[in-house]
Design a protein around this ligand. Sequence first.
Ligand SMILES: Nc1ncnc2c1ncn2[C@@H]1O[C@H](COP(=O)(O)OP(=O)(O)OP(=O)(O)O)[C@@H](O)[C@H]1O
Length: 246
Amino acid sequence: MIEVDDVSVRFGGVRALTGVSLTVERGQTCGLIGPNGAGKTTLFDVVGGLCRPTSGTVRLAGVDVTGSGAVRRSRLGLRRTFQRPQVFGRLTVLENVLAAAEWHGGGGGLAADLVGWPARRRLERRRRERAAAVLERCGIADLSGAYAADLPIGRRRMVELARAIVDDPAVLLLDEPTSGLDADQAALFASVVAGLDATVLLVEHDVGFVMAACERVVVLDLGKVIADGEPARIRDDPAVRAAYLG
Ligand SMILES: Nc1ncnc2c1ncn2[C@@H]1O[C@H](COP(=O)(O)OP(=O)(O)OP(=O)(O)O)[C@@H](O)[C@H]1O
């Protein structure tokens, strides 16, 4: 669950966000839209921990993370993807996902690695099975041996998604997820996200995708929430139309 309470962000004289409150319930997929400069990226970064609000609070799973960095948020189960997919170019697709599924503790540490204890081998097998299943789900199983740097942007985006979901995130932030994807890839992306048991917040310029993929849409304009509700209601909202048409 994501709770943003009365958050304002100022950059010098620019009010990027003013008194924004937003609660995304556990398991809900919420799309964030709005015209250029509306404050979408700023709000997204406030939740992700890249931007500290001037005032207001942010809670993840009930924990106040307003002043916490990315590591604490990550330990609370937050994962994110970026506008430009961030992958380890010199690792293969499988290694990218294994790297994210690496640490779960237990199994005896380095000594167990060196000796190859059966419990350790079992953990490793499970980790690889999980990674393979996620690659399959994301439609990139056939690319598992390819280097991430060699892939076109659409595939890199799926690698990034696979990495973000391999450990069943509690909260998933998706920044412009469809940019670089063709229609089939965007549909697959949406169906993978729909199958997750995560609270999802996504920022996206493709309003059609947001309307199809999200059960709830929040519209920002000039740093304020101007509409919040189901896609059908948002589509017909006069304030939303006015904001988009300028
Ligand atoms: N680091 C910064 N320094 C100064 N002003 C900033 C900074 N980041 C954002 N802004 C300003 O804050 C406002 C909101 O910007 P933001 O990037 O959050 O909007 P956005 O809705 O994501 O826009 P876009 O759709 O164009 O990406 C804009 O007026 C922007 O110019």
